[in-house]
Design a binder for this molecule. Structure first.
Ligand code: ZN
Length: 402
């Protein structure tokens, strides 16, 4: 027969699996306020068992509809807090969860009800082993991370302001011989290129013309080639429009030209291109912006056109070697003492919670603490239940150490 502690431990893991199946059975796709409230209420019951003070507030989403935001606080969050972050919503509505051996096939199992269940399991493991979670723990669970994220961004700004560290319960990734946590997230800057050339009749005066479209295409190709694989920056050209000034500047009303012979004999006078570039550090973002600007000057002079490059809205990156790196190394060590190999993922794609920090350069943030699986945002989403068990034990150790 198993020793009492071992038995209690097994019971915790089984209860956490059951909780996760319950959470996944509730449909909580973004916008489904009733379903989101049920998920929040189910979690609230579990968190209150551990003496956390839970509040489920209502905030308005991008469409002005009220959606639940869950906050759970430890006994001592007045002077600041350790912020844990997750989301209640999924991309797809739920369908009935299925457990096959150690795999849970369910909507949101990976992204990211698994991370929320992991937290509850870790609190149980701590209580069972006579250890304590930090008294300044504050959990924020938002309802619209998979949609426009209006509530997520505002809540993240607000609650990260006085956070001593931020732990994101989104999933890690499976690797050949272990799993990952995430330290880096790319930032991005939107850009616009406007080109004015010289119109000319392509039959009578071709060499007198200066093609705006040709110059824009040349710039776009060279800009895109500034991208580097791996952790390097990327430049994406998303759109390019060129032709006569009327056509390029008022595409909506002149779209009827497409597919006709009209104006094919005119050297293009105007072109506009738009896109974004992404980078892992603020310095890399600044140098990419400066290079694109310099490229515009150079290409303009080569083609004899005028070119204006404008950098637009921007989302700051989370530097993988920033203040979160020390906590990430500590988590890797804690995993190693449990015989669990964790690697650090420095370059997670997509914009998410860490990018919304009040000050990404100052507040330590570690992401990808949740259990792994695959098929996020698809009907084939699944979670590795053995990973859930490893991560419960690890997260209990992390909470005890922080
Ligand atoms: Zn997610």
């Amino acid at each position: 027969m198993a020793a009492p502690t071992e038995r209690a431990h097994k019971e915790i893991l089984a209860a956490t699996r059951a909780l996760l199946v319950d959470l996944c059975a509730i449909s909580s796709e973004s916008g489904n306020a009733a379903g989101l409230r049920r998920v929040a209420a189910r979690l609230a019951r579990e968190l209150e068992r551990h003496g956390l003070a839970v509040e489920i507030a209502e905030e308005r989403d991008a469409r002005g509809e009220p959606q639940p935001v869950l906050l759970a606080r430890g006994p001592s969050t007045v002077g600041g807090h350790l912020l844990l972050v997750g989301h209640l919503d999924t991309v797809l509505p739920a369908r009935e969860p299925k457990v096959e051996n150690d795999t849970l096939l369910a909507t949101g199992a990976l992204d990211m009800k698994g991370g929320m269940a992991m937290l509850v399991g870790a609190l149980d493991v701590l209580a069972e082993s006579g250890r304590k979670a930090p008294a300044d723990l504050l959990l924020l669970a938002v309802p619209d991370e998979e949609a426009e994220g209006v509530i997520s961004v505002a809540a993240m700004r607000r609650w990260s302001e006085r956070a001593r560290a931020v732990l994101v319960l989104e999933p890690g990734m499976a690797r050949a011989d272990g799993e990952t946590l995430v330290t880096g997230r790319r930032g991005l800057t939107e850009w616009k290129l406007e080109v004015t050339g010289k119109a000319a009749h392509s039959g009578l005066a071709f060499w007198q013309g200066r093609s705006a479209l040709g110059a824009a295409a040349d710039w776009c190709l060279r800009a895109q080639r500034l991208s580097a694989p791996g952790p390097g920056r990327t430049v994406n050209v998303a759109r390019i429009v060129g032709g006569s000034a009327d056509f390029a500047d008022a595409l909506g009303s002149n779209v009827g030209l497409l597919g006709t012979s009209r104006q094919l004999n005119v050297v293009s006078e105007r072109a506009v291109a738009e896109g974004e570039f992404r980078y892992l550090t603020a310095a890399e973002g600044a140098s990419a912006g400066a290079e694109l600007q310099a490229l515009a000057l150079q290409v303009a002079s080569e083609h004899g056109v005028s070119m204006t490059f404008t950098a637009g809205a921007s989302i700051p990156p989370v530097d993988p070697h920033g203040p979160g790196a020390a906590i990430a190394r500590r988590v890797v060590e804690l995993a190693a003492t449990r015989g669990f190999r964790l690697e650090i993922e420095e370059d997670r794609g997509g914009v998410s919670f860490p990018n919304f920090l009040a000050e990404p350069g100052r507040i330590p943030v570690v992401d990808g603490l949740g259990p792994v699986g695959d098929g996020m945002h698809t009907r084939d989403e699944w979670l590795d239940l053995q990973s859930l068990e490893r991560r419960i034990v690890l997260f209990a150790d992390v909470l005890a150490a922080l």
